[in-house]
Design a binder for this molecule. Structure first.
Ligand code: 5GP
Length: 236
């Protein structure tokens, strides 16, 4: 296999079987967790397979909701087969409550519910510190922001309800998109507690990467708790 690209814990390998598929390997050797633009890094054992399993369940549930995703299937504990897409260099973030950067950069207080979910765009470029973009800047970069907003809100509607049933408040999340060779849009990358804020309803417990960012606890048992809660849904 020819190594194509490495982005944080996700490594893409060309798939020998089909020119239309790529193999995502998300495993223990790729299981680093980073924060502060890569200034802080760790490699917790087991994280790669937890993120892979959680992403896989979420992708499958979203596919059933007719959201096009690049996910094809999971092979082994920590490998996914995904459709080839050209990744859009945007981090698309949806927020239901104020947390993280919106608290640091506005007058909103942590935990404040937003009157309605909002979708924001950030440039996917660590060397520029992933700045917040306006929709006009997204257009100037050559992308129509409207389909990203529409699909992200649909994803939020489904995931927010799904997590609520599991006793978890979906505070916010980040997604990435890609286009296939025909110009069709797909949800891409991964969706895991690395890219979401997941708060236990009615308590201060957190099940996401903020535990690592803020030195508040071990992410592996927290991510396992999310997988345990999701697993009954996987067979439905
Ligand atoms: P914030 O803008 O508050 O930093 O992040 C909002 C949401 O997007 C959080 O759930 C956070 O985990 C996720 N997020 C933001 N940037 C990144 C990123 O570069 N990688 C990942 N995996 N998630 C991100």
């Amino acid at each position: 296999m020819k190594k194509l690209l490495a982005i944080l814990s996700v490594v893409l390998f060309a798939n020998q079987a089909s020119a239309d598929q790529l193999k995502f390997e998300i495993g223990d050797i790729f299981s680093c967790v980073t924060a502060g633009n890569g200034e802080k890094e760790d490699h917790p054992l087991g994280k790669g397979s937890l993120c892979c399993s959680i992403s896989s369940i979420i992708f499958e549930k979203l596919s059933k909701e007719l959201i096009p995703t690049h996910y094809i299937n999971m092979v082994g504990a920590n490998k996914m087969i995904c459709k080839t897409v050209s990744i859009v260099p945007l981090e698309v973030i949806c927020r239901n409550r104020a947390a993280g950067s919106i608290v640091r950069e506005t007058t909103l207080v942590e935990g404040a519910p937003l009157p309605q979910p909002i979708v924001e765009f950030f440039l996917k470029d660590d060397s520029k510190h992933d700045p917040l973009l306006t929709p006009d800047r997204v257009r100037l970069m050559g992308y129509n922001p409207d389909p990203f907003v529409e699909m992200t809100l649909r994803i939020n509607d489904y995931l927010r309800q799904m997590f609520y049933i599991l006793g978890i408040d979906l505070v916010d999340f980040k997604v990435e998109y890609g286009y296939d060779a025909h110009g069709d849009l797909y949800l891409a990358d991964e969706i895991s507690p690395d890219s979401m804020r997941l708060w236990k309803i009615g308590s201060d417990e957190r099940f996401d990467k903020d535990l690592f960012r803020n030195d508040e606890g071990d992410i592996v048992p927290a991510y396992r708790e999310i997988l345990d809660r999701l697993q009954p849904l996987a067979i439905q």
